[in-house]
Design a protein around this ligand. Sequence first.
Ligand SMILES: [Fe+2]
Length: 199
Amino acid sequence: MPLLHPALLVAGTVPRPAPYLPAECLSDEPERLGLTALRRLASTLAAAPEVWRPVIRHHADRRWYTRLLLSASVEVWLIGWYPGQQTEVHDHGGALGALAVADGSVEEDQYDRRWRLTRVREHRGGATVGFGAAHIHRVANRGLTPATTIHAYSPPELPLRYGPSAGDATATAGIIGSQPTALIDPSRAETVAAGAAAR
Ligand SMILES: [Fe+2]
């Protein structure tokens, strides 16, 4: 059963997933979404400020994130980048992914398979990029204003792997998921209504 952040639910007598969430994103089957579908999902959500603007936070002392969607086929994260914040160098455990910039801009340092820096790209508001299963990068806000991004990964919850500079430590996407997030089973309408009203 897919779990959705209340921001992705349309209120009503029986709350339901927002209409721009395609059925393949809500699947209970462990199907892998392709890059086109991931890019479309991330860019559609980034272009819907009514979804992310009431939710997003930017904290100077820590990068802020929350999961918007988790199904058997995909997970979607909303991330707030205060100026100066960045990730470690990492891959995505073999998942395909997409990053859409909803607000502000971020830089992406790209690395080869030997974890050597090969390219730096700037992604500005409105940009969406996809990345393959072997993609290695670091994302950073090196600007002077906060940035907001939306990330989609398929399959979901694969362990991230970090570069040599971070030691051999490994972590799972679930570590990011340790951020308390009120994801909702949309079939539980009463719970959904209560959760949505609390926001
Ligand atoms: Fe990443």
